[in-house]
Design a protein around this ligand. Structure first.
Ligand code: ADP
Ligand code: GLC
Length: 481
């Protein structure tokens, strides 16, 4: 039996702000239980869903020293869908309304969490062969495993994997501060280790010290070795390219299943979607105060409203888009200028545009199930899960060919009758608009072709089956099997 420990800052169903939570929550249960015991540790945030907090079982507590202060580490535990989860409790760090906020505070918080996550292991009596770290919040763990934790028998030879879900965020601050919080000696703060451009960079630490590096699609694994996508770490990633691989994300095919989805009014499948999906569309039009008309093409967006996702392109052509005979439904929160942009267009084109500026799992499922097309013109996209959810619900993705979007959406080819969606190459608003127009034309004038795209989209398999196996192969390789 090989023991794997996932360490991350968010995880469904307990706490989620983006795709990271989906991956950390859905992948561990897909490993072969005969060979892998994969457990997960995350912070015990006060803002977690209460229904779960009530079910957590208290295990133990102790104190660790951090920056000359003694910090409480409480351990809670819960088994959920066959996987054991540990929760690190500390009200000083984890009582915010959201998991993240001010970056300096987050850095202190996640340095504490990383140390605590390793420190609880002897107490809960779980000795991982591999600690699998996710994103910058856990970047110091591979460093610690080569440093202080290396000394004790318990941690010796423990391997680490660093997975990049988003290279943009690196946990970078001045050396003095990170040195104080982390307790790491001077030795580590040089440009070949944690230092990057005079600051200390937590993700870089993980990328230097992890035994293997992965990211969430093959294309992104290549892209991040270039200047445009490399976020100033391309040199390091190139140097480590032998240990870097891209494994595309999957989604939970039980949670995202149009046949059983508890959030949608009319369940459907690949055979009856022509009738049943339309019923969901009409119900959503009604609910959101849009013109109720099953013939109107409805384009959905569910996203964090940030530059990453290409919203400046959308802002640029939104007026033109709204001249077309279609509807746009948005669900998202994020940068104020994008929130206000959508509010503005909702006001201006009230029966065509619906801006829902909040977070709602229920509405997100309804959008995936009801829309005809799903728009995701990202500037960069490590993998992207929303387009996978859209495919699963027969909602045709319109995407920019970058990162995981390129790897998961096959562009429609009208001559060969292939493809599961529409895509464009350049980061250009009118190239995007032309692609939307093309999709609109197929939707309105060639409905049989459109339906065949849906058939292929719904037949595509982005469950974890294949990718979980690739992670297992990597674990085996790391452990010398
Ligand atoms: P990222 O992790 O970069 O935000 P992904 O596409 O990988 O992008 O994952 C986003 C996840 O967050 C999806 O599960 C999507 O449905 C969900 N999501 C994003 N915004 C919202 C929102 N406002 N309400 C509900 N779910 C959301
Ligand atoms: C990040 C990326 C997204 C990816 C998700 C899960 O949030 O932005 O593309 O799907 O992580 O790996």
């Amino acid at each position: 039996m090989k023991n794997i420990l996932f360490v991350a800052s968010e995880c469904v169903p307990f706490i989620k702000t983006g795709g990271l939570a989906d991956v950390v929550g859905s992948l561990p249960k897909c490993f072969d239980k005969k060979y892998f015991d994969c457990r997960v540790v995350i912070p015990k945030y006060l803002c977690m869903k209460h229904e779960f907090v009530e079910k957590m079982e208290y295990v133990d507590n102790f104190y660790i020293d951090m920056d000359n202060k003694s910090q409480y580490v409480g351990i809670f535990k819960m088994e959920y869908e066959g996987v054991i989860f540990y929760f690190v409790d500390n009200e000083y760090f984890f009582s915010g309304e959201r998991p993240y906020g001010d970056i300096l505070w987050d850095i202190e918080k996640f340095i504490f969490f990383s140390r605590a996550a390793l420190s609880i292991l002897p107490v809960v009596n779980f000795r991982p062969h591999i600690v699998h770290c996710h994103d910058w919040q856990t970047g110091l763990i591979p460093v610690y495993l080569k440093e202080r934790f290396h000394e004790g028998e318990f941690y010796r030879d423990m391997k680490s994997v660093m997975t990049i879900h988003n290279l943009k965020f690196q946990g970078s601050w001045d050396v003095k501060t990170i040195k104080a919080y982390s307790g790491l000696p001077d030795y580590f703060f040089t440009p070949d280790k944690l230092e990057a451009f005079k600051d200390a960079n937590m993700l870089k630490g993980g990328l230097v010290y992890a035994d293997a590096i992965t990211t969430v699609s093959e294309t992104y694994a290549e892209e991040i070795k270039t200047k445009f996508y490399g976020e100033h770490l391309e040199g390091l990633l190139k140097a480590r390219s032998k240990d870097l691989r891209g494994i595309v994300n999957g989604i939970d095919y039980d949670d995202y299943n149009p046949e059983t989805d508890k959030y949608i009014d009319f369940k459907y499948n690949a055979k009856d979607y022509r009738k049943e999906k339309l019923k969901n569309k009409k119900a959503l039009q009604q609910q959101l105060g849009l013109e109720v008309n099953e013939k109107k093409m409805m384009i959905g967006i569910v996203s964090r409203l940030t530059d990453q996702k290409g919203f400046d392109l959308i802002a640029y052509i939104m007026d033109e888009l709204c001249q077309m005979d279609l509807q746009v439904v948005v669900l998202g929160t994020g940068e104020e200028r994008y929130e206000n942009m959508f509010r503005h267009f909702d006001w201006k084109y009230n029966n065509k545009v619906s801006a829902n500026i909040y977070y709602s799992e229920e509405l997100s499922h309804k959008i995936y199930a009801s829309c005809d097309a799903f728009l995701m013109p990202s500037l960069f996209e490590p993998c992207g899960l929303s387009q996978l959810m859209a495919l699963r619900y027969g909602t045709v993705p319109i995407v920019r060919e970058t990162g995981g979007l390129k790897d998961t959406v096959e562009p429609y080819n009208e001559y060969e009758s292939t493809g599961t969606g529409f895509s464009f190459v350049n980061y250009n608003a009118h190239e995007m608009l032309n692609t939307i127009r093309y999709a609109f034309d197929v939707y309105v004038n060639r409905r049989r072709e459109w339906n065949k795209i849906i058939d292929r989209a719904m037949a595509a398999d982005f469950s974890w089956n294949v990718s979980a196996r690739k992670y297992q192969e990597m674990y085996d390789w790391l452990l010398g099997y």
